[in-house]
Design a protein around this ligand. Structure first.
Ligand code: PMT
Length: 404
C-alpha cells in the first residue's frame, strides 16, 4: 500500500511522545502523503512548530487567532482538506475534550469539524490510561466511529513500566495506509479467518505440529479488513504481528480452534479456513516430560474433529471457504474436499511445489468452485493471492445474498 496523494492532518497534543510526531510526519511524507500539522499549545512546549514545519513541508497551525493575510477559516479549511485526521499522541486531555464535545482550540475544533476518519493514538502514563474515565471516553469515541489504536506496553517516560506508550510510528503509518486504502467490498461483514498450524501436546515440552507459519491466513485477514470487513483472526501459534483493525484470538490445539470458530459462526457472514489443522492428537498428554527409555516410544493417536466439515453441515447462508494442502492429485483431492465439506470455494495448493505452500512469501493456488469449474493462478505473493481470494469471496457473497 502507499499513501501517494493522501492528505493527512496530524494533530499533535501535549505529551512527552509529541517528539515522535516528527518521525510520524517524516514517514508519512516518505510514503507519499501530504501532511499538515496542528499543534496544541501544550504540544508546542515539547517540540517546536519549526521542527514539524520543516519535516511536514507545510506551515504548522497553532491557534484559531493567528494573523493571516488571506481570509480563511483555518479549522474548517483543514477539516475539509483531509483524507484522514490522526491525533498522535492523543493525551487523556484531548481524548476527554473530544469525547465531551469540547472545542476550545484549533486542534479540537478541527477534529470536531471534519467528516474524514479520525484515528487516535493514545499515549500516557499507565494509571491514566487505565483510569475508568479515560476508558469510558475511548469507548464512547469508538462507538461514534472514531478509530483508536491500542497503546504499546513498555518503559514509559515517567519511569514506570506498563501500557501507555505511543505505538511505533511504522504501526501508526501502517494503520493510516489501512484506513485510507480501505474499499467497501466486504463493508461491515463479519469474517472469520483461521491461520497457522495447530499443535497437540505430547507432554509439557513436546508437541505434534506442522510447518504452517500463518502467513497465508494473516494475509487474508489483512485483505479482508482492507475490504471493510470486521475480521476475527483465529490464530494458531505464530510470531506474526496482528494486521491492522483485526481482532485476534490465539489458540493452540484443534479443539481450541474449533471452540473459537464455533462460538463466532452463527453470527458471521464468511469463514475462510487457511489454518493447517492437526487431524489427530495423542490420546493422553503426559503430565511430566516423557523420559527416554531403552526401547521405542509408541503413541496412540485419536481423531480430532474436522472443524470445516462441521461448519459445512451447519451452514445457514454463510460463505464457507476452505483450503486444501495437497502433495499429489491436487485438483481431484481438492474437489472431493469442496464437496464433502459443503464449501462455496476451495483454494488448493501443492505444498511440495517450488514457491508454494508453507512458510514462504509466495503461493501457487487453484481456485475450485462447486459447479466443477477451476481457476488456476500464477505464482504470486501471499498478499496478492489474499486480494484475489477476497475479490472472489465478495462476488460469491453478493451472488448468494441477491438470490435470497
Ligand atoms: O501458513 P503458511 O506457512 O503461509 O502456509 C499456508 C498453508 C500451506 C498452510 C495454506 O495455504 C493451506 O493450504 N492451508 C490448509 C492446510 C490444511 O490443513 O489443509 P487440509 O487439506 O488438511 O484441510 C482442508 C481444509 O479443512 C482446510 O481449510 C483446513 O483448515 C480444514 N480442516 C482440516 C482438518 C481439520 N481437522 N479441521 C479443519 O477445519
Amino acid at each position: 500500500m502507499s499513501l501517494t496523494h493522501k492528505k493527512v492532518v496530524l494533530v499533535v497534543s501535549g505529551g512527552i511522545a509529541a517528539y515522535k510526531a516528527a518521525v510520524i510526519a517524516g514517514r508519512l511524507r516518505k510514503a507519499g502523503a501530504e501532511v499538515k500539522c496542528i499543534m496544541t499549545a501544550h504540544a508546542a512546549e515539547f517540540i517546536t512548530p519549526l521542527t514539524l514545519r520543516e519535516i511536514s513541508g507545510n506551515p504548522v497551525a497553532l491557534s484559531m487567532f493567528d494573523d493571516v493575510s488571506e481570509f480563511r477559516v483555518e479549522h474548517i479549511a483543514l477539516a475539509q482538506w483531509a483524507d484522514i485526521f490522526v491525533v498522535a499522541p492523543a493525551t487523556a486531555n484531548i481524548i476527554g475534550k473530544i469525547a465531551g464535545g469540547i472545542a476550545d482550540d484549533l486542534a479540537t475544533t478541527a477534529v470536531m469539524a471534519t467528516t474524514a476518519p479520525v484515528l487516535l493514538a493514545p499515549a500516557m502514563n499507565t494509571n491514566m490510561f487505565d483510569n475508568p474515565i479515560v476508558q469510558e471516553n475511548l469507548a464512547k469515541l469508538r462507538a461514534h466511529g472514531y478509530l483508536i489504536m491500542d497503546p504499546d506496553a513498555g518503559m514509559l517516560a515517567c519511569g514506570t513500566c506498563g501500557t501507555g506508550r505511543l505505538p511505533e510510528p511504522e504501526r501508526i503509518v501502517e494503520y493510516i495506509e489501512h484506513v485510507t486504502g480501505r474499499t467497501e467490498l466486504l463493508k461491515n461483514l463479519k469474517v472469520i479467518v483461521t491461520a497457522g498450524g495447530t499443535r497437540e501436546a505430547l507432554d509439557p515440552v513436546r508437541y505434534i505440529g506442522n510447518h504452517s507459519s500463518g502467513r497465508m491466513g494473516f494475509a487474508i485477514a489483512k485483505s479482508a479488513a482492507a475490504a471493510g470487513a470486521n475480521v476475527t483472526l483465529v490464530a494458531a501459534p505464530t510470531d506474526l504481528p496482528t494486521p491492522c483493525a483485526v481482532t485476534r484470538v490465539d489458540v493452540t490445539t484443534t479443539g481450541e480452534m474449533k471452540e473459537a470458530v464455533d462460538s463466532l459462526y452463527d453470527d458471521c457472514h464468511i469463514v475462510i479456513k487457511a489454518a493447517a489443522v492437526a487431524d489427530y492428537r495423542p490420546e493422553h498428554k503426559a503430565t511430566q516430560k516423557i523420559k527416554k527409555t531403552g526401547g521405542d516410544l509408541t503413541l496412540h493417536m485419536v481423531k480430532n474433529p474436522d472443524i470445516l466439515y462441521e461448519l459445512g453441515r451447519r451452514k445457514a447462508g454463510q460463505v464457507l471457504v476452505g483450503f486444501a494442502a495437497e502433495t499429489e492429485n491436487v485438483t481431484a483431492y481438492g474437489q472431493a474436499k469442496l464437496k464433502k465439506k459443503n464449501l462455496d470455494m476451495l483454494i488448493a495448493n501443492d505444498v511440495t511445489a517450488q514457491g508454494a505452500g508453507f512458510k514462504g512469501s509466495t503461493n501457487i493456488a487453484t481456485f475450485l468452485y462447486p459447479d466443477g469449474t477451476t481457476e488456476p493462478l500464477e505464482i504470486m505473493t501471499k498478499d496478492e493471492l489474499a486480494k484475489e481470494i477476497i475479490a472472489r469471496v465478495a462476488r460469491i457473497y453478493k451472488e448468494k445474498t441477491s438470490q435470497k
